[in-house]
Design a protein around this ligand. Structure first.
Ligand SMILES: Cc1cc2nc3c(=O)[nH]c(=O)nc-3n(C[C@H](O)[C@H](O)[C@H](O)COP(=O)(O)OP(=O)(O)OC[C@H]3O[C@@H](n4cnc5c(N)ncnc54)[C@H](O)[C@@H]3O)c2cc1C
Ligand SMILES: *[C@@H]1O[C@H](CO)[C@@H](O)[C@H](O)[C@H]1NC(C)=O
Ligand SMILES: *[C@@H]1O[C@H](CO)[C@@H](O)[C@H](O)[C@H]1NC(C)=O
Length: 365
């Protein structure tokens, strides 16, 4: 299996790499877990926490179960919320995105109790970057000396990682994961009340909840109703899988290439595998979309993950930002047991957007 070495080549007009400054957050795993609740609209029991008077029996609808949606479902589910996830396609995604989780993102996974999701998916530890240019090379190690030995980046097949998180979320009794495509938000007098969605059999359904969180990714259709829809496509990513080759620097991400003529830039160790892959497989491309965070505060709904904002893939930071935002949101919502109080929910969510923005600045300097 280890002969199967996966290399991703990044071709971009940009010639810089931004590294994260690892934010050393307290790892606070000692959160008390709320008991799960049955989904079928049954009344909340015991101490009256999480009171909900919607007839739907759902606290939160999550649109999309990529990294953001499935981690969020697990996180809110663990906090006792009744979560209904709608995902267009629950089979394993096969895309060339999100293959490197930065060490900062791994720390967030620990904080969310999901670090086991990088186990058994053939994930490789990543200790830093390897850079190649004009026949020269250098490595840029992550500054990890102060951390536990386990903390490093992780490189993996994005789809396997997502399936692991989806499984973990769906295993919670109060999380319902359903395959369906959301077609629109249900809006009543300026407040989002839920979603309209289609199942595979062509049936249309409606789902209601006091809070809808849209995590439908960078091709988001719902974004334009919750955000100023300024989307640009300044460049593209190109990726292919190399087989049977020795990486010039094991456990390093890269190489990063900045020229449009790729082959002459390839390190000699990878040249043959590169040429053979080009002749054998389809080269896969993925547009990079520039989507600045510019939310329209909307009652009853929130954007998260790539649907909220997207940074340049060269930073390798999209998943880390999504995970950090989920930690912020989890802590913000925790004191608010009754999501039906629209006015206070709105106040809490406004502060999510400001805190999220602060992270964008702090996390990428
Ligand atoms: C080329 C490229 C390389 C990248 N490399 C990295 C990297 O190395 N490291 C990193 O951290 N980040 C990387 N990123 C960014 C990272 O992939 C994203 O930040 C991350 O995947 C965002 O997760 P998400 O859950 O917001 O969106 P997605 O993972 O796109 O998930 C969205 C989900 O919503 C579902 N969906 C969409 N519309 C609907 C609908 N109407 N109804 C129901 N479901 C719907 C989709 O099926 C999908 O499952 C890269 C991005 C690109 C483009
Ligand atoms: C619509 O919302 C506004 C405030 O957002 C409120 O003042 C008004 O009473 C609402 N109207 C109805 C019909 O609910
Ligand atoms: C990196 O550069 C050094 C110095 O030029 C060279 O000796 C070495 O072989 C290179 N390593 C790789 C993996 O290309």
């Amino acid at each position: 299996m280890d002969q199967f070495v996966v290399g991703t080549f990044f071709v971009s007009l940009l010639s810089f790499v931004l590294l994260h400054i690892l934010r050393r957050d307290r790892v606070n795993n000692k959160r008390s877990m709320h008991k799960g609740y049955p989904l079928n609209g049954a009344k909340r029991s015991t101490d009256g926490e999480c009171k909900s008077d919607t007839s739907s029996g759902t606290d939160v609808i999550i649109v999309g179960a990529g990294v953001a949606g499935s981690v969020l479902a697990h996180t809110l589910g663990k906090d006792g919320r009744r979560v209904h996830v709608l995902e267009r396609d629950l089979t394993e995604p096969d895309r060339i995105v999100g293959e490197l989780l930065q060490p900062g993102g791994y720390l967030k996974l620990i904080e969310l109790g999901l670090e086991d999701c990088v186990e058994q998916i053939d994930a490789q530890r990543v200790q830093g970057y390897a850079l190649f240019k004009d026949g020269k090379n250098t490595t840029l190690p992550y500054p990890l000396e102060k951390f536990h030995a386990d903390v490093a980046g992780r490189s993996f097949h994005n789809g396997r990682f997502i399936q692991k998180i989806r499984e973990k979320a769906a295993a919670l009794p109060n999380v319902r994961m359903e395959q369906g495509t959301v077609t629109s938000l249900l809006v009543d007098n300026g407040t989002v009340k839920g979603v309209r969605y289609k199942t595979k059999d062509g049936q249309e359904h409606k789902a209601y909840a006091p809070l809808t969180i849209v995590c439908d990714g960078c091709f988001s259709n719902l974004r334009r109703s919750l955000c100023h829809p300024k989307v640009e496509v300044p460049s593209c990513f190109v990726g292919l899988i190399l087989e049977n080759c020795q990486l010039p620097f094991a456990n390093h991400d890269g190489p990063l290439l900045e020229e449009l003529q790729v082959a002459p830039q390839i390190p000699p160790e990878l040249y043959d595998a590169f040429i053979s892959a080009i002749n054998r497989v389809n080269i896969r491309t993925m547009p990079y979309r520039s989507m600045p965070a510019d939310p329209l505060p909307t009652l009853g709904a929130l954007l998260l993950g790539d649907a909220f904002n997207m940074r340049h893939p060269l930073t390798g930071g999209g998943m880390t930002v999504a995970l950090s935002d989920i930690v912020v949101l989890r802590d913000l919502l925790k004191p608010l047991r009754d999501l039906n109080n629209a006015a206070s929910l709105c106040k809490y969510l406004e502060s999510f957007y400001t805190q999220g923005k602060c992270f964008l600045l702090a996390g990428f300097l």
